[in-house]
Design a protein around this ligand. Structure first.
Ligand SMILES: [Zn+2]
Ligand SMILES: [Zn+2]
Length: 243
């Protein structure tokens, strides 16, 4: 039983959330529990083939199996997947969630991620592990957006969430400001496992908000494998580069 989410569900009944779509901000009837209007449900860029066999990013051609990044670098994670392509309509919502203090978006977004990942043909997972923030950034933001998504996913999928399994052992520059090779160098070795016994032999689903080049997910997966994890899969809300 997760008391915190249960209490939030009770609060939702007593004080229903505003009937504003979390993607287009239009008022009207919403699809519960994703707080999304029917129009957005029909038109948002949900990921669809052709996708990279490894990182799950959209690729241009049916003939290719893997993307440019996965061809160039070997991955520490087995596979990655995402709910949405990272388009402007998606960016705006993630921006509000991540940088404007709208932590209440964690619930509809986390439940949407749970709904989509439950239809993906991956092996059974043992635990969810969110990508950690450096403590200084966590202090500024007040919450870890990936940990909140993981919490609602865990609640819905009935999986434990180890939000202290990984930690950032050093601060890094914001990945968004860097090119591909720089991202890998910036993030390599930035994560470590807090207590190896928590993850030993486990099949782990790593949770983040966005997968861009996959360098962050790779660095986390690397740390988890060194710590004794059996395998790491990655699931994010959005994937790709903002166009
Ligand atoms: Zn909408
Ligand atoms: Zn790829």
């Amino acid at each position: 039983m997760n008391w915190r989410t249960l209490i939030e569900d009770v609060c939702d009944i007593i004080y229903p959330p505003a009937n504003t779509c979390i993607f287009c901000n239009q008022q009207g009837e919403l699809i519960v529990p994703y707080s999304m209007c029917e129009h957005c449900w029909d038109t948002l860029p949900f990921t669809k083939p052709p996708l990279c066999d490894i990182c799950g990013k959209p690729i241009d051609s049916d003939k290719l199996r893997i993307c440019h990044d996965c061809a160039e670098y070997s991955r520490s994670f087995v596979k990655a997947g995402a709910v949405l392509e990272y388009m402007p309509s998606v960016h705006e919502t993630i921006y509000r969630y991540k940088y404007k203090g709208h932590s209440e978006l964690a619930k509809p977004l986390g439940l949407l991620m749970a709904h989509v990942v439950s239809r993906v043909a991956w092996p059974d997972m043992d635990v969810l592990v969110p990508v950690p923030l450096y403590y200084e950034r966590l202090r500024q933001r007040g919450y870890n957006q990936s940990a909140l998504l993981a919490r609602y996913m865990g609640y819905e999928l009935n999986l434990p969430v180890l939000d202290k399994a990984l930690y950032r052992c050093r601060d890094t520059k914001a990945q968004a400001t860097l090119g591909r090779a720089e991202r890998r160098a910036n993030i390599a070795g930035a994560f470590d496992v807090k207590d190896a016994k928590d993850i030993k032999g486990k099949t782990i689903m790593l949770i983040d908000d966005i997968l861009t080049t996959g360098a962050t997910a790779d660095a986390c997966a690397q740390a988890l494998l060194v710590g004794g994890a059996n395998a790491v899969y990655v699931f994010t809300l959005a994937t790709g580069v903002l166009k």
